[in-house]
Design a protein. Sequence first.
Length: 245
Amino acid sequence: MSEQAKGRVLVADDDAAMRRSVCRLLGLKGYACDEAADGVSAHEQLKASPYDVLICDVDMPGNEDLRLIATAPQLQTGLPVIVITGVPTLDSAVRSLRLAVAAYLIKPFTPEELLTETAKAVERRQFHLAVAQNRGRLQQICTELQQVEAGLEGGGRADLPASANAYLTITFRNAAQSLAELRRVLELMNASSTGDGDSSQHPSRVLVLLQTLSETVSVIEKTKSSFKSKELAELRRKIQALLKD
C-alpha cells in the first residue's frame, strides 16, 4: 500500500467547513476522501462506490433516527462507521452503540483522536474484506474438488490422469493464492506497525519468506511434470540462503 491510499473514506456532514477540514487532515495522512453534504447523497455514494469507513455526523439532513448509520453496513457489508456530533446526547450514544459503530467522537475532537479511530476502522475493514475474499475462494475450491470427486466415485469413467491433473492444479492454485493472501495480510500488519521490536520477527522479514515460498509454488506448478529444472535449482538456492541467514 506504499503508493496507494491507506483507505477510502466517506465524510458525511452538512457542515462544509468540518467536512473539508476532516478530508484535508485525512488526505495529508494518505487517505482518499469523498464528501457528502447529507444522508441522501451519502447513501447514493455508498451504493455507487466501495469505502473502508464512513464518518457520519449525527445531526444532518437524511440521517433522521440515525437512518444512514443503520443502513450503511447493509449497503456495504461490515462497513465501519465513525459517528461525530457537536450535540452529544445519551439517546444518540446508546443507539450508536446498539448499531455497533466503530467510534463516537464529540466535536471538537482532536486530530489525533480522528486519525487513531480512522486507522483502526480502516484496518478492521481491510481484514474483514480479506477474510471474506478468502472464504469465497475456499468455497470455490470446495466446489471444484467435489466435481473431481464425483468423477472418481464408484469406478466411473473419468480419466484418472486427467482427474489427477485437475486435483494437482486446484491444490497448487490454492497454495499460491493462500500465500498471496498471507502476503496481503502481512503487508497490512506491516503498514500499521509502529513499534521497532525484534527485526527478526518483523512482518517485513516474513514477507520475504512468503515471496520466496510463493515463487516456489508457482515454479512447482509449471514444472510438476519435469524432474530437472534450472528454476527449481535457483529457488532451492534462494531458500537455503534465506534459511541460513
